[in-house]
Design a protein around this ligand. Structure first.
Ligand code: CP
Length: 315
């Protein structure tokens, strides 16, 4: 198994195949802890982890907090609505003050792509990207891939179709970088206005035909329409989107493989990108993704905290 040397986790684009595999293997060894009646190990005892979310979150925030607590770290959640940022304090000053309290790790979600990387370069604590703008959501990509590997045994040669608002999706980007490195074939599908220009350069197939994306896919990862990041007029209406790109039972029966895996990072807009019978159906692993998110985030917290450890002084 490879070695982890990074202080931060900013994105999956920069990780090697060996680093991705190390995170997945570490997550597999941590997964069992959450099945115990006492869900706690002392691995990160004495460490302090700050959760700073500038955008709403249910899954990522809760599972980072649970992951930290299951590793016995102390956690601190800062709500932007009640922080001194509301009084005009800059992001940099805010983080310098948090750093001055000698915390070990900051988990950060922000609406601007690149903010997490910029802070990581000037901060001593480990910085983990919990989603930055349209750039990356590395732990979501990792938990998606962990779930695929758990269900299908391997990523190599697997066909994964990502359907929806690719242009505004940090989840799509993180998935694409890691899936390609681990040997999967990736197809992206959506309305032409929601497909990023030059996305083919990432080594993916691109189509606006849903039947084409569904045929032969081993995994269908359905994305939400990110209305909070879109400019107006990128597609005629949600109703039309649901008709052309929404995944329902009839389309799966007509085009998809019988053992296809249905995934969604959440939150789901039921009836728009996916119907409830598919989201809750027998091929759906959407809640298993959430379960695996805790193990993956335990692995990431553990690895970055190890890398951030200073060498003990020699006698
Ligand atoms: N998948 C995901 O990032 O969900 P949250 O926005 O609830 O964290």
């Amino acid at each position: 198994m490879g070695q982890w040397t990074r202080k931060d986790l900013i994105g999956l684009e920069e990780l090697t195949r060996e680093e991705l595999e190390l995170i997945l293997q570490t997550a597999a060894s941590f997964k069992e802890i959450s099945t115990r009646s006492v869900k706690k190990v002392p691995t990160l005892r004495g460490k302090t982890i700050v959760l700073f979310f500038f955008e709403p979150s249910t899954r990522t925030r809760a599972s980072f907090e649970l992951a930290a607590k299951r590793l016995s770290a102390d956690t601190l959640s800062i709500a932007t609505s009640s922080s001194a940022i509301q009084k005009g304090e800059s992001l940099k000053d805010t983080f310098l003050n948090i750093e001055a309290m000698r915390v070990d790790c900051i988990v950060l979600r922000h609406s601007s792509s690149g903010v997490v990387n910029a802070l990581a370069k000037c901060m001593k604590p480990s910085i983990i990207n919990a989603g930055d703008g349209c750039h990356e959501h590395p732990t979501q990509g990792l938990l998606d891939i962990f779930t695929i590997k758990e269900k299908k045994g391997t990523l190599s040669g697997l066909r994964v179709s990502i359907i929806g608002d690719i242009a505004h999706s940090r989840v799509a980007r993180s998935n694409i970088w890691a899936l390609k490195k681990l040997g999967a074939e990736v197809t992206v599908c959506g309305p032409a206005t929601l497909l990023p220009r030059d996305i083919e350069k990432a080594g993916v197939k691109v189509t606006t035909s849903l039947p084409q994306a569904l045929k032969n896919a081993d995994v269908i990862n359905i994305l939400r329409i990110q209305r909070e990041r879109q400019k107006a007029g990128l597609f005629p209406s949600l109703r039309e989107y649901a008709i052309r790109f929404g995944i329902n039972r009839d389309k799966l029966d007509c085009y998809a493989k019988k053992d296809v895996l249905i995934m969604h990072p959440g939150p789901i807009n039921r009836g728009i990108e996916v119907t409830p019978d598919v989201a809750d159906g027998k091929y759906s692993v959407i809640l298993e993704q959430v379960t695996n998110g805790v193990a993956v985030r335990m692995a990431v917290l553990y690895l970055v905290s190890q890398a951030g450890e200073e060498e003990p002084e020699q006698e």
